[in-house]
Design a protein around this ligand. Structure first.
Ligand SMILES: Nc1nc2c(c(=O)[nH]1)N[C@H]1C(S)=C(S)[C@@H](COP(=O)(O)OP(=O)(O)OC[C@H]3O[C@@H](n4cnc5c(N)ncnc54)[C@H](O)[C@@H]3O)O[C@H]1N2
Ligand code: MOO
Ligand SMILES: [Mg+2]
Length: 419
């Protein structure tokens, strides 16, 4: 008798998995090794940025009050008492009708409150002294880049769990983080199962196919911020698979297998979970593709039994593994970001189960338009390359037409969603 499985709703399946998501751990790495990692602490400004008033132009720092009344027929003259470049500080305070010639980035000298661009002043020598004259008045604050205008001391800047993009790297450097507290990458073991599998460098022979899932999953693990540990491919042999899985478990934070999870004669994952004494959270989900996706837990460690069918395997990772990874990377938004899009092609298939259609969203005239990337079958592999979203078509619907509004879950987004 073939085992009967009871499908549960997708949201329920995700909730069951997330109960075992666990917590992230942190480690300290040099700034230059932190790119692309996830912050393990909130960042706050510990000083004002910029830390002093400075000049945004090459020009002359003056006291604005002295320029009052300047006009085309009334030049106001200033004595230029010194010249400073960025990084230098004026030696003396500036008095009435005095100016400091200063370059972009230089600190505004004491007493000054405006900057005149070089182009608007005329500089000349007289009696061995340097002067400059202007033809228009300036107000206090004109052409000043103020202390703290970029960030104020104490201001919260970036949340824990944020990916360190180039902008975050700049911010870390600004605040003196030579070393950065980042989330440890969860170590995720991967096995591909199936006696039909050839490795990437093997030539095709009758009845066999190349193992693509292992590499796809490895790339997904990498993309979501964790560390993949590929243990290789296993033939459909219960004992060999059991021992390989049991040994691998000790070396990883969670383990992914692909294939062998359905009800076939050589689908051994259900038997392996049983032998391990693992607690199976579910083995059937009301979704397509990936209805046979199974997740089990042993001593709090998750075992993801992803389908062997490439599209189902892909979707299973994004729906169930990714949010666990992101939680361990301290994200408060571990789920895929959701958006509404207009369907750009008919989708006439009825949906008894919720369908996650591998799709591509594009902005057209300011609206998101979504189209499936290829044939909607779970064994399809070639079109996955073009997917940047999953279009979510609810179960119990009779098909959709061009122009319908549908929900999409974005695959290339880094920010995520809290639900
Ligand atoms: N009688 C039933 N048969 C099937 C059911 C069912 O409910 N009753 N479910 C179907 C569904 S839905 C799916 S999805 C698949 C899931 O099968 P498994 O997870 O057990 O995976 P396999 O049987 O090992 O392989 C399925 C398919 O995928 C190919 N494959 C496997 N591994 C890889 C890999 N690493 N790279 C590329 N392709 C891979 C494999 O050759 C098979 O073609 O079961 C249905 N059957
Ligand atoms: O799990 Mo299967 O992918 O529903 O086709
Ligand atoms: Mg099978």
């Amino acid at each position: 008798m073939v085992e009967r499985r009871t499908p549960i709703p997708v949201a329920e399946a995700i909730n069951r998995v997330m109960r075992y998501a666990g917590r992230g751990e942190e480690e300290i790495v040099p700034l230059r090794q932190s790119y692309g990692r996830y912050l393990a602490e909130d960042l706050r400004a510990d000083h004002d940025v910029p830390p002093f008033d400075r000049s945004p132009y090459d020009g002359f720092a003056i006291r604005a009050a002295d320029s009052e009344g300047a006009g085309l027929d009334h030049l106001v003259e200033f004595e230029v008492i010194e010249t400073i470049g960025a990084g230098q500080v004026a030696k003396q305070p500036v008095g009435p009708f005095q100016a400091v010639r200063l370059m972009t980035g230089a600190q505004i000298p004491q007493g000054c409150d405006a900057v005149v661009m070089l182009e608007l002043a005329k500089q000349y020598e007289r009696d061995g002294k340097t002067y400059m004259a202007i033809k228009r008045p300036f107000r206090p604050g004109d052409n000043i880049s103020f202390q703290g205008e970029d960030a104020k001391k104490g201001q919260p800047l970036v949340e824990k769990g944020t990916r360190i993009n180039p902008g975050v790297a700049a911010l870390l450097a600004t605040f003196g983080y030579a070393e950065v507290k980042v989330a440890k990458k969860p170590r995720i073991g991967i096995f591909a199962t199936g006696s039909e599998l050839l490795d990437v460098s093997e030539p095709l022979v009758p009845g066999k196919i190349r193992n693509s899932n292992a590499y796809m999953i490895e790339a997904q693990v990498f993309n979501s911020g964790a560390e993949p540990i590929y243990f290789g491919q296993l033939a459909d042999d219960l004992d060999a698979c059991f021992h390989a899985v049991r040994q691998a478990l000790d070396q990883v934070d969670m383990l992914i297998t692909t294939g062998g999870v359905s009800v076939g004669d050589f689908d051994y994952l259900p038997a392996i979970y049983k032998r391990l004494g693992a607690n199976v959270l579910f083995n059937k989900i009301a979704m397509r593709p990936g209805s046979v996706t199974t997740v089990a837990e042993i001593d709090g460690k998750l075992l993801f039994g992803l389908s062997g069918n490439p599209s189902a395997c892909y979707v299973g990772y994004e729906l169930f593994v990714r949010p666990v990874v992101r939680t361990r990377l301290f994200s408060a938004k571990p789920y895929l970001k959701k958006a509404k899009a207009t369907l750009g092609a008919d989708f006439p298939k009825p949906n008894p189960f919720t369908r996650f259609v591998r799709s591509r969203v594009e902005a057209v005239d300011g609206r998101l338009v979504v189209k499936p990337v290829g044939m909607d079958k779970s064994n399809i592999v070639t079109s996955l390359a073009f997917a940047n979203a999953l279009m979510v078509l609810p179960g119990g619907t009779r098909g959709f037409a061009v122009g319908d509004e549908v929900e999409v879950w974005l695959l290339d987004d880094d920010e995520g969603s809290s639900e």
